[in-house]
Design a protein. Structure first.
Length: 247
């Protein structure tokens, strides 16, 4: 299937590894010119080299921390308004709710909510002006099925979900869609960090296994395509059937 996005440009956050990298690879394979963004320059350069080897071109990279005002400013100054925006940030630490401090909440809100909001706000008008835009936010299964110890992730991802629910309905008439991808137990570094919590969840997956990053990347590429122009404001689970709730 031709996804109709060859020649488009994309800014992919958290793209040095894991889900962000998988999305960047999938978009690059469709002929999209991808810019990779993450905090660690060395990891970004390695990711760019791997994509260059597979796809024949070297993506641009931006090394900055989107949780800071300086990082956001750098990202927006160094990336032309893209046709496609994939927001993504590593999940906040797993902690018991009684251990969560105001500093924990402040960091999680800035990283997993406000950074995405600012990127969307900054990019959406350029997309509207061109009559095409695709925004995909990588959130979490926890917005549909809370997991013990991941309260920071659940709360901040739900805030972004609510924001997208309203904004996506305002941009849809301009062919600018905004959707959320909800990973379950996709086999990334983040899942490995969760240890026994992840093992317990994988054992519950009806598909009988953890997901592959490339499967997640393919779902992202589809939502970014011209084929998905009538899908907006949605929360798509990529979880092998783990979440049992239909609404």
């Amino acid at each position: 299937m031709d996804l109709g996005i060859a020649g488009r440009t994309a800014l992919v956050c958290g793209a040095s590894q894991g889900l962000g990298y998988a999305c960047a690879v999938a978009l690059a394979q469709e002929g999209v010119r991808v810019t990779l963004l993450s905090r660690r320059r060395a990891a970004l350069e390695s990711a760019a080299r791997r994509i260059e080897t597979e796809g024949g071109y070297r993506p641009d990279i931006i090394a900055c921390d989107l949780a800071t005002h300086e990082g956001l400013t750098m990202a927006l100054a160094n990336a032309d308004t893209p046709d496609i925006l994939v927001t993504n940030a590593g999940g906040p630490p797993a902690k018991h709710f009684r251990e969560l401090s105001p500093a924990d909440w402040d960091s999680a809100i800035r990283t997993n909510f406000l950074a995405s909001v600012e990127l969307i706000r900054s990019c959406v008008d350029g997309m509207i002006g061109r009559g095409f835009g695709r925004i995909v936010n990588i959130t979490s299964l926890t917005v549909r099925m809370p997991v013990e110890g991941l309260d920071l992730s659940t709360a901040t991802r739900l805030a972004l979900t609510g924001y997208v629910a309203g904004v996506s309905r305002q941009t849809a008439k301009h062919n600018v869609t905004i959707n959320n991808l909800l990973p379950g137990t996709v086999l990334t570094e983040r899942i490995k960090e969760l240890g026994e919590t992840a093992n317990r969840l994988i054992a519950m997956v009806p598909a009988g296994r953890g997901g592959l990053p490339e499967e997640f990347g393919a779902a992202c590429a589809f939502l970014c395509s011209t084929r998905a122009s009538y899908i907006t404001g949605q929360n798509l689970l990529v979880d092998g059937g783990l979440c049992p709730f239909t609404v």
